[in-house]
Structures are given as C-alpha cells and as structure tokens.
Design a binder for this molecule. Structure first.
Ligand code: ACO
Length: 324
C-alpha cells in the first residue's frame, strides 16, 4: 500500500550537440570526453523549448500514460535549478500550460537530487490524503547557464525533462523507503551564482558570473561516497540487500562515477540503467528521463523493486526504493 507511479513521460530538445561539434567550441576531443565521462552527445534547448515548455510536454506525456486528466492533478512539484524566470516558478507556468487548474504548484531546488526530493515530498502528501494525484517533474536547461569557454564544465551537461504522475494504491506496491542528506558547508565545490549576486549589498564581490562552477575531482569523490551511503541507508531501512533489487536507476552524472559506484556496491551491470551517453548530465531531469526510457523499454515489471540514487550541488544526495 503506498505511493505508486501511474505514468511516466519525458521531453528532450530537438538539437543534438555531439562531442565532435564541441571540438570546435572548446579545446577538447571526442576521445577525452568519452573516456572521462561516457558522454557522446547532449540535447540543447532552443525556440519553444524553455524550461517550463519541456516540463509541460513531459508532464502531458506522463498524464497520457497514466490515463489521468490534467484537472485531476492536486499538486505540481517541479525540481529545477534553471527556471527561465526567478518568479513565478516553473511549476506555475507548467500548471497553466497543461491546464491543471485544480492544482497548487511549486518549485524545489536540490540540484541533481531534486527529483528524488520531490518524489519523496509527493509521497508524504499522498500518505496524508490517499485521494491525491501529484505530478513530479525534473527539468533543466543547463545549456543556458554554462560557460561555453570552460571545457571543465560545458562538456558535461545537457537539457531535458522527465515527469511522473503519482497516486495511491491499495496493493503491495509503492514507495518503500527513502534516505536523504545535505551538506551546505561544501557549497563552493558545485555552485552557480545567480543574477541576484550582482547586488553589492549581498557582499559578494567580484562574483565569477552566473555559470556552473565545479571542483570536478572533489565532486567525484563526494558523489560516489554519498550515493553509496544513501543506497546502504535505504536498503537498511527496508531490511533488504541489493540482491533483492531488480533495477537501479542512478542519477546520470557520468560513467566513471557510476562505474565506481557499481564497483563499491557490487551491483551487477545488468541491473543498472544508464543512458548518460545520449543526454549527458541533465541534473534534476536525469532520473525521470531514465525512468521513462526504462519503462518504455519494458525493463520494469509490476512488483519489481527499483532503486534510485542521486547526488548534486548543495551538496544534496539521497536514495529512494520503490516496489513498482
Ligand atoms: N577536454 C580536454 N581536456 C580537459 C577537459 C576537456 N573537456 N576538461 C579538463 N581537461 C584537462 C584538464 O585541464 C587537465 O589538464 P592539465 O592536466 O593540463 O591541467 C586534465 O584534463 C585533467 O583534468 P582533471 O580535472 O584532473 O580530469 P579528471 O580526470 O578529474 O576528469 C571530470 C574531469 C570528468 C570533470 C571528473 O573530475 C569528474 O567526472 N568529476 C565529477 C564531475 C561531475 O560529474 N559533475 C556533475 C555535477 S555533480 C553530479 O551530477 C553528481
């Protein structure tokens, strides 16, 4: 008995930016990017593909898959750090765009962990009122916030959106356990100053622009350790081992982080869903995009135990375990 996924959807921008094209933008190579990150291409949002537009399209597809009408939705939660405006929220734009006129709507920012934080919040609402139906969306247009002269960061990220409709089921299915953490003391290792940083009263002098800034090696170490701990945490809470998990859908950061995680946790490769080569790191959107793809490929059956884990700026991290 619990919060189940009624439908999934995703939306990727049309434009594909390959590593080979990136070679003419920064001093890099397809070989370097593929060997260090496993990324071959990423999508870049364009006209008609603003953050809320990608999110709304993913939401409409999730609604259709769920057989739920937009006006049946009670709440829209959007996880993003790349809203096209600071106010109103992307969630409010989505609510209007899809016609979810009975829903309230808000954004949350937990960087790459945002979708899992939102999924968990939706579960809490549904546990409190079983009649609720909620849209949880992860969406990013990070291409608009990258420094395209910085080869350390611009090769890593991509744009896209993924969404789920969740509701209550009396069956044995549902969200089983979640385990989250944050450490604000390490914020500088992965951050993005916003336009508000231009206000000198905020005492941020000589701020380095509004782009993604990252200490790659440090992020790598923390990401592996935190996701490993979160996976152990959620499995311990449920009292099961990884052998009881049918599919692991991790945040698609880059292949070397995922390989390290797999090695530390001894996860068999066939239990791991990876699509980072096609889309790069889409931050809050990466898990719902991967979930939609795995679902559409028929890789998840009713009753399967599915594990999600994520790590992102903040730092934030977490793992969620569900019975599909
Ligand atoms: N092309 C060619 N060379 C490059 C590039 C590039 N795109 N980027 C960096 N280099 C160079 C560096 O300048 C450096 O050159 P130097 O030795 O002359 O100084 C050399 O390659 C090695 O750089 P490192 O930073 O040591 O490379 P590393 O092996 O650590 O790989 C990477 C860098 C891929 C960023 C790695 O640290 C990493 O994966 N970090 C995690 C970052 C991440 O995934 N962030 C996403 C957000 S967090 C999350 O989603 C979990």
């Amino acid at each position: 008995m619990g919060t189940v996924v009624l439908g999934t959807g995703s939306c990727l921008p049309e434009r594909i930016l390959t590593n080979v094209e990136l070679e003419s933008i920064v001093d890099t190579s397809d070989e370097w990017i593929q060997s260090r990150t496993g990324i071959a291409a990423r999508r870049i949002g364009g006209k008609g593909e603003k953050t809320y537009q990608l999110a709304a399209k993913a939401a409409e597809r999730a609604l259709e898959a769920a057989g739920v009408m937009a006006d049946e939705i009670d709440l829209v939660i959007v996880a993003t750090l790349t809203s096209h405006m600071l106010m109103p929220s992307t969630a409010c734009f989505v609510q209007d765009e899809i016609g979810a006129k009975n829903a309230f709507a808000y954004d949350l920012n937990a960087a790459c962990s945002g979708f899992l934080f939102g999924f968990d919040a939706a579960d809490k609402y549904i546990q409190a009122d079983h009649s609720k139906k909620i849209l949880v969306i992860g969406v990013e247009t990070l291409s608009s916030r990258l420094n395209w002269k910085d080869r350390n960061t611009c090769i890593l990220f991509g744009d896209g959106a993924g969404a789920v409709v969740v509701g209550y089921s009396e069956s044995e299915r549902g969200l089983l356990k979640s385990d989250f953490g944050s450490d604000g003391s390490l914020w500088e290792l992965l951050c993005m100053y916003g336009p508000q940083s231009l206000n000198p009263d905020l005492e941020i002098e000589n701020h380095p622009g509004s782009h993604v800034l990252m200490g790659g090696r440090e992020v790598f170490k923390h990401a592996v350790r935190a996701m490993e701990d979160a996976v152990h945490g959620v499995l311990d809470k449920e009292g099961i081992g990884l052998d009881s998990v049918d599919l692991v859908i991790p945040h698609q950061a880059n292949i070397r982080i995922l390989n390290k995680l797999v090695e530390r946790l001894s996860i068999p490769q066939e239990k791991l869903f990876i699509n980072v080569s096609k889309y790069g790191n889409t931050s809050a959107a990466s898990i719902p995009i991967a979930l939609d793809e795995a679902n559409n490929k028929g890789l998840i059956s009713v009753g399967d135990t599915v594990l999600f884990c994520a790590f992102g700026g903040g730092f934030t991290w977490g793992a969620v375990l569900i019975k599909w």
